[in-house]
Design a protein around this ligand. Structure first.
Ligand code: CO
Length: 459
């Protein structure tokens, strides 16, 4: 039996463990090995890499992608896209989404994995359509979560819709690492039975379930699993590539991945891991197992956000109350999966409800937008009393929010002017306006200094 492996080292693993701070220079010399190992794909772009390149690493994210492509000639390059939110937190107009997806593929992406936080598939339609037109493999992702309404049938129905939309594979995306081995087995089995597309499984080791879940997913017939090379695996990252290959090959699965090459890849990244631990960039806490997410049904990242939020407000003793308020808020909102941005919205609201001594006395503008339908349709029913309290007579929108947005590319081109040297620059600017503009200024400055230096050298 064939079971493919995606290596997440360059994207999710480093995003989950070291806040996406690994520069191109740091991994450049590992690219040949990564290409040689026999992975199904390398997840290397999208998610937070784009923002981090511009904001912290002084790198042009597009150039990073082209440079990876220049070395990685045989293995598919994969990105993660937040549907109509692209790589950010708000909805972009369709012309921006289309331009962004097209340029991603033109610059080297083979596989576009696309998801919507609420599993409102209208929010990924345009990205899927454009990625298909650009010739990419589209992996439609389902955000996995547990709630009374997130039944097997609901996920199967979503899977069928992804197939109808033209997706080439379906990805089960368990961002919180709460999918149990049994749930993984049942879900993969159900999807394989009802949908004729390959099934990809993505999870995180946060709660300690992930490796077991991947094993059961493999037994149920999953086609691809996401792993991270061992020194950047575990904790909030993915299960270790080497251990998964070891286990699966022994059980008769063929991964096509050369364990000797993976060892060399791990040897390459080990000193980088050591350095990250020494500098404090890699906090041992994120590498350890945290089962609280299972007890409280909130993702690990959300729990630590709540702890720091309450600590800042000198109210850490209220944590148990806030944790019991989280599921109530989530229920009121129609059970959104807890993933960026809904996890933050629900957490902040639950804390306010407790600290102010009255539920929904204060409602954030994000929750208001959510109630207006701007993030899409909630998976379940939103509480009527809450809707009335916040919205009054105003009716939520029922259309796709992006249908209400004016086109954005021409406006952005005008705004940024000749600081943008190409469409990719304009897209960086649309995605992260202030950050990109600052990056362009610095780049200009650097170019000028290089010229000056050259002249001085001649003198
Ligand atoms: Co992930």
């Amino acid at each position: 039996m064939k079971l493919n492996i995606t290596e997440t080292m360059l994207r999710d693993a480093q995003q989950s463990l070291i806040a996406t701070r690994m520069s191109f220079e740091q991994f450049n010399d590992a690219l040949e090995l990564l290409d040689k190992a026999g992975y199904y794909s390398l997840e290397c772009w999208g998610g937070a890499t784009f923002d981090s390149c511009l904001r912290f690493l002084d790198e042009d994210p597009w150039e990073r992608l082209r440079k990876i492509r220049a070395t990685v000639k045989n293995t598919k390059l994969q990105m993660l896209l937040r549907g109509q939110n692209l790589l950010g937190y708000k909805h972009y107009p369709d012309d921006v989404v289309r331009a962004f997806v097209r340029k991603s593929v033109e610059n080297g992406i083979d596989i576009v994995r696309v998801f919507d936080a609420l599993n409102d598939l209208r929010n990924i339609e345009v990205a899927v359509d454009e990625a298909k037109k650009a010739g990419a493999h589209v992996s439609g992702a389902l955000c996995y979560t547990t709630s009374p309404i997130h039944t097997l049938d609901m996920f199967v129905e979503l899977g069928k819709q992804l197939e109808k939309m033209g997706c080439d594979s379906i990805c089960i995306k368990d961002m919180a690492g709460i999918m149990s081995p049994k749930a993984a087995f049942d879900l993969v089995s159900a999807l394989k039975k009802n949908v004729s597309l390959p099934v990809v499984v993505h999870t995180h080791s946060t709660t300690g379930l992930a490796a077991m879940a991947l094993l059961k997913a493999a037994e149920a017939g999953a086609d691809v699993i996401d792993c991270a090379v061992s020194c950047f695996s575990g904790g909030t990252s993915q299960p270790p590539t080497e251990s998964m290959i070891y286990t699966l090959e022994e059980m008769g699965f063929e991964t096509g991945v050369d364990a000797n090459v993976v060892k060399q890849i791990n040897d390459y990244f080990k000193p980088i891991q050591a350095e990250a631990i020494k500098s404090g960039l890699l906090n041992p806490i994120v590498m350890s197992t945290d089962t609280d997410a299972l007890t409280y049904q909130v993702p690990g990242g959300m729990l630590s956000n709540l702890v720091s939020q309450l600590t800042m407000q000198n109210a850490l003793d209220r944590l148990p109350e806030v944790l019991s308020e989280v599921p109530r808020v989530r229920e009121d909102l129609g059970y959104p999966p807890l993933v960026t941005p809904t996890s933050q919205m629900v957490g902040v609201q639950a804390a306010q409800n407790v600290l102010l001594g009255e539920r929904y006395k204060n409602v954030s503008k994000e929750i208001k937008a959510y109630l207006r339908g701007e993030y899409g349709t909630a998976p379940g029913k939103i509480d009527e009393a809450l809707l009335t309290k916040v919205m009054g007579d105003e009716k939520p929108i029922t259309c796709r929010f992006a249908d209400l947005l004016e086109p954005g590319m021409e406006k952005a081109k005008e705004e940024i002017g000749d600081k943008a040297k190409c469409i990719e620059d304009v897209l960086s600017y649309v995605a992260f306006p202030q950050v990109a503009e600052k990056f362009f200024d610095k780049r200009e400055e650097k170019a000028r200094n290089t010229v000056k230096y050259t002249i001085q050298a001649i003198d």
